[in-house]
Design a protein around this ligand. Structure first.
Ligand SMILES: [Zn+2]
Length: 319
């Protein structure tokens, strides 16, 4: 019910306000560890069949020179300057039309060359389909560990990086400073965040989801490094988080969202550790552990057991 209200909030200003209200309610409720408040009785609860179709892709301006391109359930950031464009993740895995739509959207805004294509991390659902960017003259940039993995995997849809970042790299593109920062291992061992200090915008993919639990068993996830990584992100001076998947109602994230993810992982870790010490990992812990504080988060019912499995590995087996 709650999730549906948030989804409707994506479409109309009226419901958007409702979604903000609900989101605020959730954060207050989360702090007091109770179950989420019901939607106010005055709010209509339309049947799922009443949903208005969401367009397959859309571009949103988030600052004078910064845009978000969404295709399906994935999104990327691009930065437009007089000297050229920096794009991120092509998000075109098994759908090459997404990369072409992405480039067409950029071309509606500027004729400046696409200079860079930055990979957030090496997972295909975000970075496959970069060939049209490469053909347009972009240099493909990734963390060193991403290149190592991609060179070994040689997936036909993935363009190998041309430029490597180790710890940090700063670009000055047409007067805009763009920092590419490795914030340690988290959801992968090669996540690069794109940080715009003047605009106070951060693009970070998959390791700080907005009001969502982690995907399945957090495979390729590094513990306990993940928590340190969130702290390193919080230490940067930003106010807007652009994630790899849209937040509830299509919203961007905030530092409170990053803190909420840190709290979620901490609560999950502590609760799983207790069960691990009682010999209840894996199966019983995966079946019985609940964290009602987060039950309104996307993926909670489906993926919480997988998230528990990952922490069972950590606490019960040292993996
Ligand atoms: Zn990923």
């Amino acid at each position: 019910m709650l999730r549906f209200a948030l989804r409707v909030g994506f479409r109309t200003p009226c419901f958007y306000r409702l979604s903000l209200l609900v989101a605020m309610t959730v954060s207050v409720v989360a702090a007091s560890a109770q179950t989420p408040a019901p939607i106010p009785p005055s709010a209509p609860a339309p049947a799922p069949s009443a949903a208005v179709p969401v367009p397959p892709f859309a571009t949103t301006k988030v600052a004078d020179n910064v845009y978000v391109f969404r295709y399906g359930g994935h999104q990327s950031m691009f930065v437009v300057t007089p000297a050229g464009v920096l794009a991120t993740d092509p998000i075109a895995y098994q759908r090459p039309q997404a990369a072409q739509a992405y480039i067409d959207e950029i071309r509606k805004i500027t004729a400046a060359p696409i200079k860079y294509l930055v990979y957030s991390h090496h997972h295909y659902d975000h970075i496959a389909g970069g060939q049209p960017f490469k053909d347009a003259g972009a240099a493909v940039v990734a963390h060193r560990n991403a290149r190592t993995r991609l060179e070994a995997l040689k997936h036909p849809e993935v363009v190998l990086p041309d430029m490597i970042v180790d710890e940090r790299s700063t670009l000055d593109l047409g007067g805009t400073r763009i920092d590419l920062v490795f914030v340690g291992r988290n959801h992968s061992d090669n996540s690069l965040v794109v940080f715009l200090p003047r605009e106070k915008i951060l693009f970070a993919v998959d390791f700080i989801p907005i009001q969502a639990v982690m995907f399945r068993d957090m495979s390729d996830g590094y513990l306990p490094d993940w928590l340190d990584s969130i702290d390193r992100v919080l230490a940067l001076d930003w106010t807007t988080l652009i994630a790899g998947h849209p937040g509830p109602g299509g919203r961007m994230g905030t530092k409170d969202d990053a803190r909420a993810v840190r709290d979620y992982l901490t609560d999950l870790s502590n609760a799983t550790r207790e069960l691990a010490n009682q010999g209840k990992c894996y199966d019983e812990a995966m079946r019985t552990l609940k964290l009602p504080k987060y039950e309104s988060w996307s993926g909670y019912a489906q993926f919480l057991p997988g998230n528990v499995e990952r922490f069972c590995e950590y606490w019960a087996r040292g993996i």
